[in-house]
Write a protein that binds this ligand. Structure first.
Ligand SMILES: Cc1cc2nc3c(=O)[nH]c(=O)nc-3n(C[C@H](O)[C@H](O)[C@H](O)COP(=O)(O)OP(=O)(O)OC[C@H]3O[C@@H](n4cnc5c(N)ncnc54)[C@H](O)[C@@H]3O)c2cc1C
Length: 458
């Protein structure tokens, strides 16, 4: 590996074989240290030419290359399972151009999500699909997982806001995909192939993102329900009725209790829906409309909250994922679930998760971006009890199978990584998986780019 790195046209401080750096790049957020896999070297490109040079040399030598952003992925996406080089993009962190008149911004892949918002704020604009991890995650990671956040119900996913990108394919070809025009019918859509491909087809080196004006009226609220079924039915009804909501998040009673115990929040010990509305005018009328739809599902309360209280609600929501896995050190998540179904099937899926977990005698705290049919669930098990671990895995698998049966997906936003490859074929079928394999071969004929990810093993 020393020879490989020394042969690259890079400065001495752009690569290392040091244990500390290799170990830092052996895991992502969702991967235990014990399941990590250290790269043989870490390389920090500073330009598109640097990325191309690494990939050209990798193709000559067969050394695997795995792009690494901030490592906040949940599915082992950036873990270099076959060793080789961890290609850390964080030095490519420049905001290149802001064009407020076109509602566009050009950035390098290592720019952190909230820095996009900061660059836009002085123009009265923002980047709507920022994920909850926007204060940590890079644009390259967000584009490559097609991340999305709590505002997807109104604004869509990160991929919906990518206009154009520059990337280096696995075989070293530098290319631009998409356009800065608002629409285009020209050529095959390589941009949308790269979006969500988890660094298995190409390394993203520049992105033109679309932006939006900050709405004049932003208000939040919270509805409390007796049962999670009522909460889920209210969410589905609001979608069906066309309520214009920017965030609609479910927090079930297990999560409310965990938040109260672990985060000291004093929330009602009941299922809740957190809401945010974005309008340039008429926000109060829209909130009243939402309340009238929710009224059919017996809410115990429907509160409109002030800005400070809204910030507190979203802070709780942002800490929930961590709180769920940390609140009881004797329990771990059998699988970090990230399924999604069409909005009308959301209540059926939530009931299924709770019923299957109860039948198995297990807890499954459930929360998520309910407005877009996305449920996060953790089936909690004692890792020292193999029988309980098996029971938990069976519940998680049953939930994923059910989501796919309902017309949904095994992963709404976290990606396949190396933890959900077995579900790709059931979700997409043999024909589509065969074509995906051939697409991979076109971009990366020698299989050097993030091997061991996304596509099923067989
Ligand atoms: C607390 C917390 C909250 C989260 N909330 C959300 C959420 O609301 N929504 C959501 O979607 N996700 C969420 N995530 C998951 C994660 O933050 C996202 O998947 C994020 O997009 C990953 O960005 P990253 O920079 O950390 O990428 P990494 O984890 O470093 O990499 C992710 C994938 O992208 C690839 N990659 C990285 N950079 C490039 C590049 N330049 N070119 C090609 N491939 C590249 C990697 O190889 C890997 O496959 C959350 C994670 C945490 C820890």
């Amino acid at each position: 590996m020393q020879e490989f790195c020394a042969s690259l046209p890079l400065a001495a401080d752009q690569w290392t074989l040091a244990d500390a750096e290799r170990s830092q790049h052996a895991t992502d957020w969702g991967t235990d240290r014990a399941d990590g896999s250290a790269p043989a070297a870490v390389v920090w490109p500073e330009s598109t030419a640097d990325v191309a040079a690494v990939l050209e040399r990798a193709n000559e030598t067969g050394v695997p290359v795995t792009p690494y952003g901030a490592g906040t992925g949940i599915a082992g996406n950036a873990v270099p399972v076959r060793g080789g080089v961890s290609l850390d993009t964080t030095r490519m962190d420049a905001v290149l151009d802001v064009r407020p008149d076109d509602f566009q911004i050009d950035v390098q892949p290592g720019v952190i999500g909230i820095d996009v918002d900061e660059a836009l704020a002085r123009h009265g604009q923002f980047f709507p699909p920022l994920p909850t991890s926007g204060a940590m995650a890079t644009v390259g990671g967000m584009v490559s997982t097609d991340a999305s956040g709590r505002r997807t119900v109104k604004y869509g996913t990160v991929g919906d806001w990518v206009r154009e990108l520059e990337a280096v394919a696995g075989d070293g070809t530098v290319f631009t995909a998409g356009t800065k025009a608002v629409k285009s019918s020209s050529g095959y859509n390589l941009r949308d192939l790269v979006v969500g491909s988890e660094g298995t087809l190409a390394v993203v080196t520049r992105v033109t993102l679309e932006t939006a004006g900050i709405p004049a009226e932003i208000r939040g609220g919270r509805a409390v329900f007796e049962s999670v079924e009522d909460a889920a039915a209210a969410i589905a009804d609001a979608r069906r009725s066309g309520v214009d909501v920017a965030s609609m998040e479910l927090v079930d009673q297990h999560c409310a209790r965990i938040a109260n115990d672990h985060l000291d929040t004093g929330l009602p010990d009941r299922p809740m829906v957190f809401l945010e509305f974005h309008r340039n005018h008429g926000v109060d009328a829209e909130i009243e409309f939402c309340e009238s739809v929710f009224a059919d599902h017996d809410p115990l309360r429907f509160d409109v909250v002030d800005d400070a209280a809204m910030d507190d609600l979203w802070a709780v929501r942002e800490e929930l994922a961590d709180a769920v896995v940390q609140h009881d050190p004797t329990l771990v998540s059998a699988h970090s679930g990230d399924v999604a179904v069409p909005p009308s099937e959301f209540p059926a899926l939530v009931s299924f998760i709770h019923d299957r977990a109860a039948d198995a005698g297990l807890q499954a705290p459930t929360f998520g971006h309910a407005g877009d049919g996305n449920v996060h669930f953790d089936v909690l098990v004692d890792p020292d009890d193999p029988e309980m671990v098996d029971r938990g895995s069976a519940v998680s698998h049953a939930v994923i199978d059910r989501a796919i049966e309902l017309g949904g997906t095994c992963t709404a936003e976290h990606g396949i990584g190396n933890t959900k490859r077995e579900f790709v074929r059931p979700e997409h079928g043999d024909g589509a998986v065969g074509l995906m394999g051939r697409v991979k071969d076109v971009f990366d004929p020698n299989g050097v780019l993030n091997p061991g990810k996304v596509l099923p093993e067989d």
